[in-house]
Ligand binder design. Structure first.
Ligand SMILES: [Zn+2]
Length: 122
């Protein structure tokens, strides 16, 4: 499953970030997935469940947000947003579309638990 290697590298990134902040655990992970990222959110979620045990994200809450696909029509310049890939422009019917967003998988935010006391305001 392709999603498992995606999760593996995500967890690697999260572990590095947690290490930088001396966190003892990660309590939340927020990911954004575009329709053309090549990752199926449902499969990503089950891969995360399979992989999390024994890692720093073992007890983290996972939140996956599906981002829309953004396409700009090269013929009429109308920009559309959709959740699934459609090959034509809804305004003029042209199939000459430029993909402007929705191809990424983004680790948007992580929430860390640390032992460090909150530093007093100086
Ligand atoms: Zn168009």
């Amino acid at each position: 499953m392709h999603e498992l290697s995606v999760v593996a590298s995500l967890v690697e990134t999260i572990e590095a970030l947690a290490g930088e902040h001396k966190a003892k655990s990660v309590t939340g992970v927020w990911i954004k997935v575009g329709p053309l990222s090549g990752v199926v959110p449902e499969l990503l979620e089950s891969a995360f469940e399979m992989y999390r045990k024994g890692t720093i994200v073992e007890s983290a809450r996972l939140s996956i947000e599906k981002t829309p696909l953004r396409a700009v029509c090269r013929a009429c310049r109308v920009e559309t947003e959709r959740t699934d890939y459609a090959p034509d422009c809804p305004a003029c019917g042209s199939t000459d579309l430029e993909i402007a967003g929705g191809t990424d998988l983004i680790l948007e935010r992580i929430e860390l638990e640390t032992d460090e006391p909150v530093s007093p305001a100086q």
